[in-house]
Design a protein around this ligand. Structure first.
Ligand SMILES: Cc1cc2nc3c(=O)[nH]c(=O)nc-3n(C[C@H](O)[C@H](O)[C@H](O)COP(=O)(O)OP(=O)(O)OC[C@H]3O[C@@H](n4cnc5c(N)ncnc54)[C@H](O)[C@@H]3O)c2cc1C
Length: 435
């Protein structure tokens, strides 16, 4: 290897790109993560809500999330971190999922969770009120826009209790967690290069040859991995890898709201991560006694697909809408006139399920389309992609015989075919951020 040749170049140093670099380096490959931003995790990862939950619409999705949970539980072991290294914190506060008409009480997902032996508890509305005495449990669905005169009007009856997963919570903070992986990767020989934009991906005889940076620097590598998040479809086009994609990706704008908890409420001392499809929002405690509010993407809200290099990072009426939607459930919450929170992008596929795959260009691999729901799976995705690369580079035909990946903590194999670029749109999906 000289300075400009590596066994593998990973495009992107977000949480998933960093995790792939780490695993490939552990397997003895010389790796370089290249990112156009100044540090690891500065892209969409930095504004991730970083919620760790176990329920997805597919069995493989649930199994992967359950495996991922264990890495966060023992983050230091995953990183093989020195005892004095500061680490991102996993707030293991559990997830409380409201049972609503919309999610059918998670009936479909619970079948998968039962198959995996994952514990959960059914809560009555009285139990919810004990923990959240300020909640109004009326039904408000279907979700409405602020212009709708019936916004905030109860639509009859109450939600039907909730499901509590004690295993789950959130990471604070996601960018720092990525920095943790970068340091772990560097300890095993991986390299990172920042402030470097990739503008060309040379391919000859159907095989990727490396990458070229904006300043003309060429970096040679027989393996290149596209982990470019909201820029993934652009990077794919540079390599000509977009020709056979059955599933595609687009950058979708998202607003996340931070509201101060009302005086006298120490929110993080008792609150879970919540998901409330009736009010169309999810929440979690946020530092500074704030409540973070994300959207569950109800059909009445337009999907705003954007150019990832040129979009509005300011708050819009969507911010107020999400705040007021929580206000239906939590009538005493004040909504300040100065909005706080963040605006960032999901990299969304048609079925909101990611792509972890090879491509039609030999040596060019795909880990993107994470659809607002793969932060939690980054350590698993890192390992699975490293195995996939080994499998394909050794001549394995992943398109015909998909790699069966043995999870680390869960006694089960998942088919990486579930995440193929060639799959049909998965009709079992929630077609939302819930995956
Ligand atoms: C608002 C929001 C909330 C979310 N909430 C959750 C959640 O609660 N739970 C969960 O599990 N997931 C969540 N997600 C999803 C999760 O954050 C992502 O799946 C994850 O961070 C993706 O990581 P990544 O490494 O693939 O991409 P990114 O972090 O986007 O990294 C891609 C990197 O590629 C670089 N890049 C792009 N093009 C080039 C180029 N030409 N040259 C060089 N570098 C390039 C970018 O600079 C960027 O740093 C959320 C996402 C968002 C935006």
């Amino acid at each position: 290897m000289n300075d400009n040749s590596y066994d593998a170049v990973i495009i992107g140093a977000g949480i998933i790109g960093a995790a792939i670099g780490y695993e490939l380096a552990k397997k003895g490959r010389s790796t370089l993560n290249v990112d156009m931003l100044p540090a690891a995790g500065y892209g969409s990862t930095s504004n991730s809500c970083a919620i760790i939950r176990l329920y997805y619409s597919t069995l493989d999705g649930c199994a992967m999330a359950y495996d991922g949970y264990h890495y966060w539980k023992d983050w230091a072991a995953y990183l093989q971190a020195p005892a004095d290294e500061p680490l991102a914190v996993f707030h293991d506060c559990g997830n409380l999922i409201m049972k609503t008409k919309l999610n059918d009480g998670l009936r479909k997902q619970l079948v998968h969770l039962d198959a995996l032996g994952i514990d959960y508890e059914h809560w009555t509305n009285e139990q919810i009120r004990e923990r959240y005495p300020f909640y109004d449990l009326s039904c408000f669905a279907p979700a409405r826009t602020l212009e709708d005169p019936q916004f905030g009007e109860p639509t009859g009856g109450e939600i039907d209790g909730a499901i509590l997963f004690r295993k789950g919570g959130y990471i604070s903070d996601p960018q720092f967690a990525t920095r943790n992986i970068q340091l772990a990767a560097e300890r095993v020989g991986a390299q990172f290069r920042f402030n470097s934009k990739i503008t060309q991906i040379p391919v000859s005889n159907g095989k990727v040859r490396g990458v070229v940076l904006e300043d003309g620097t060429r970096i040679n590598a027989p393996v290149v991995v596209n982990v470019a998040g909201p820029h993934s479809s652009r990077i794919n086009a540079l390599a000509g890898a977009d020709e056979d994609m059955n599933i595609t990706t687009r950058a979708l704008r998202q607003e996340v709201v931070h509201l101060p908890a009302p005086e006298g409420i120490d929110y993080s001392s008792f609150a879970n991560v919540t998901s409330d499809s009736d009010a169309a929002v999810y929440t979690r405690p946020e530092t500074g006694n704030n409540i973070l509010i994300g959207s569950e993407d109800p059909p009445c809200d337009p999907h705003v697909y954007v150019d990832p290099d040129d979009y509005d990072r300011g708050f819009s009426d969507q911010w107020t809408l999400q705040a007021q939607r929580l206000g239906q459930r939590f009538p005493g919450i004040g909504i300040p006139s100065k909005p706080q929170g963040c605006v960032d992008l999901y990299d969304v596929t048609e079925d909101w399920i990611p792509i972890y795959d090879r491509s039609c260009v030999d040596g060019f691999y795909l880990a993107f389309g994470t659809s607002g729901n793969q932060f939690k799976n980054a350590p698993v995705a890192g390992k699975a992609m490293a195995e996939l690369i080994d499998y394909c580079e050794a001549g394995g035909d992943h398109d015909k015989l998909p790699l069966q990946y043995q999870l680390e903590y869960v006694a089960r194999k998942i088919s990486l075919g579930t995440f193929s670029r060639l799959r049909e749109i998965n009709q079992d999906s929630t077609f939302s951020v819930l995956g």
